[in-house]
Design a protein around this ligand. Structure first.
Ligand SMILES: [Mn+2]
Length: 291
């Protein structure tokens, strides 16, 4: 299937191939994880099989396809999910019912047949049914957050987190650990006034570059998203995320690294050839500073 619909067969294949996994987390290619300490609250999802980020009123009352965003969602590995994916895919371009659904979605949701329009419709239509009762629109944290609302807050968030660390010795430690979720739990009491989502100074869990020009080019919904503007925003999010990882080892970027420089590094021979020396050179040419 094409476009966003392509995620459905990929997720189905992952569910079937990994019976040992209880949940599958779908993340679009234009998302960045921007809180390395955050632990997804799976214990809150025992009554649900599908969790997506959005605004319930927008979906359930206004039938808006932008009332949620399916660039990041969780789906439980169970028969319910396989059935749900069949129902969802039945509205897609490879289905014999596609034309019928297209007409229907245009009438009901006032938008053409994208995977997200279909999902918004299903949530609205099945709100009180066996299907809808297992679906949650998450509002308590950024399972995905819109980059436009996030990137300019990252500097302030960095400063606030540094403030927290000044008063907490454990959080000041340089851990050199791959997994830092434990420190997220330790930090939580200091974040009780940070708020959630829009206007918050809590690190956003996932920053989603939805609609930005480098990702979807001329098809962008918003022509004011320029190449330069999107690139700068990505630089901010990627450096924000990088610095959280590097800091565990006692470093942060001395100068923020640009997106294009990263791509250059990924494409360079050093990565493909597995030459450790060259990799090290690339790494250290990223001028880190001790913290
Ligand atoms: Mn996306």
């Amino acid at each position: 299937m094409t476009g966003g619909w392509g995620k459905l067969p990929a997720i189905r294949a992952a569910l079937v191939a990994h019976p040992e996994a209880e949940w599958i987390w779908w993340l679009d290619e234009d998302t960045v994880i921007t809180d390395m300490e955050y632990r997804i609250p799976f214990h809150k999802y025992k009554d649900y099989n599908f969790v997506v980020h959005g605004w319930p009123k927008e979906v359930y009352e206004k039938k808006r396809w932008l009332g949620l965003n399916d660039g990041s969602f969780l789906i439980r590995n169970c028969q319910w999910s396989l059935d749900f994916l069949d129902t969802w895919a039945d509205m897609g371009p490879r289905s014999p019912n596609f034309d019928k659904w297209t007409k229907f979605l245009l009438e009901e949701i006032k938008h053409g047949p994208t995977d997200q329009t279909a999902l918004a419709y299903l949530l609205w239509k099945e709100h009180y049914s066996w299907l809808g009762k297992k679906m949650l629109i998450e509002t308590r944290y950024y399972l995905e957050g819109y980059w436009i609302l996030i990137v300019d807050t990252l500097k302030n968030i960095t400063e606030r987190y540094l403030e927290i660390e000044k008063s907490d010795r454990m959080l000041r430690r340089r851990h050199a650990e791959k997994v830092s979720e434990t420190y997220g739990v330790l930090r939580e009491p200091s974040l009780k006034d940070a708020g959630n989502e829009f206007g918050s100074w809590r690190r956003p869990f996932v920053t989603h570059f939805a609609g930005c020009q480098p990702c979807i080019g001329k098809r962008t919904r918003n022509p004011s998203f320029t190449l330069e503007g999107c690139k700068n925003a990505m630089d901010k999010a990627l450096n924000f995320a990088d610095n959280q990882v590097l800091r565990n080892y006692g470093f942060v970027h001395h100068i923020p690294i640009g997106v294009l420089r990263r791509l250059e590094a990924v494409r360079s021979k050093s990565f493909r050839g597995g030459d450790a020396g060259a990799w090290k050179t690339t790494w250290f040419s990223w001028r880190l500073r001790n913290v």
